[in-house]
Design a protein around this ligand. Structure first.
Ligand code: SER
Length: 316
């Protein structure tokens, strides 16, 4: 019987993934953990622990207490915020992962999930249809930590047989929990501002194309890779997952179809340079081949759900 620990359960991904895992494995078999108090839905539906991912001893204690067999380690500082505090962000992103990898080795856990990101790519990477393997020269703290993390999970796999599964998430769009401090977050904010003010001032320029994915597709991809047969997984660092590719102007037009008075203007800030160093679209053929990656949502389908759900939140 699998017992699962989700570290970072209160974040954008964790708050949805935890509940999905509880549906699959049973509420009491999925332990949610975060450095801060999680929402009521998480705390009331199953076990919850306050855990600082940097305190490896405490994480190990929780693993032993519940007999954990699999960890989803999601706690991290995103690209925009990490640029404001480079060294502390490096510590959080790296130390947390190394601690969990070592727990997996020592306590012989069955499997780990750790997310990488399109931020592993950099200015010398081919920007369109970016291949699984190519030049990677990230120039953000977040991207450097993700690339280093990819090397560490491959190392722990080869040297100690630790089975870590990983995907390079594109920008993730969701309505349950807002992202915090990422470069792709405009694609979440724009829906909130559309509902609240019918206007959005975008921090990226009009034609900045980036790879993006709606949360239900990201959760499905995460669960699918964790359930794939180990011998089918040929990539030991992290798999490309592409989703869609769009720019702020595309989202604007998609919202405008449903909200004709919606307006937008553009005031690019420091995150423009980060976006410009990332791919515009991703080739994920390897994921489709190795573990049958598939998606449901395109931009218009996602816009429909986002506008409906965000409106519900604000009783509009
Ligand atoms: N969404 C992340 C960010 O913008 C990229 O993985 O930081």
């Amino acid at each position: 019987m699998d017992k699962i620990l989700v570290i970072g359960c209160a974040g954008q991904i964790g708050s949805e993934l935890t509940l999905e895992l509880r549906k699959m494995y049973g509420d009491s078999n999925v332990v949610a953990a975060d450095i801060r108090q999680a929402g009521e839905d998480i705390c009331q539906s199953g076990p919850f622990e306050i855990v600082n991912a940097l305190e490896t001893d405490k994480v190990a204690e929780v693993v032993k207490k519940y007999g954990i067999t699999q960890i989803y380690h999601l706690a991290a500082i995103l690209s925009g915020n990490a640029e404001k505090k480079p060294l502390p962000s490096w510590d959080i992103n790296m130390k947390g992962l190394l601690g969990v990898l070592d727990i997996a080795r020592e306590l012989k856990l069955k499997r780990l999930f750790w997310p990488s990101s399109i931020a592993v790519f950099g200015p010398s990477t081919p920007t369109k249809n970016t291949p699984q393997q190519c030049v990677m020269d990230p120039n953000t703290v977040y991207g450097i930590s993700k690339l280093a993390g990819e090397r560490w999970i491959a190392y722990y796999n080869k040297r100690y047989g630790v089975d870590t599964r990983s995907v390079r998430y594109p920008g993730l769009i969701s309505y349950k929990t807002e992202a915090g401090g990422g470069t792709t977050d405009y694609a979440v904010e724009i829906y909130y501002e559309a509902i609240k003010n019918h206007h959005y001032t975008c921090f990226l320029s009009e034609k900045t194309y980036l790879p993006m994915m709606f949360m239900p597709d990201a959760i499905k991809a995460t669960i699918d890779i964790m359930q794939a047969d180990a011998d089918k997984l040929t990539v030991k660092e992290s798999y490309n997952i592409g989703g869609m590719s769009f720019c702020p102007d595309d989202v604007f037009k998609s919202i405008k179809k449903q909200m004709p008075d919606f307006t937008i203007d553009y005031e690019p800030d420091f995150r423009q340079a980060i976006a410009d160093s990332w791919p515009q679209s991703i080739n994920d053929d390897q994921s489709k081949k190795d573990w049958n990656l598939s998606y449901v949502y395109d931009l218009d389908k996602m816009t429909e759900v986002m506008l409906k759900e965000v409106a519900k939140k604000f009783n509009k």
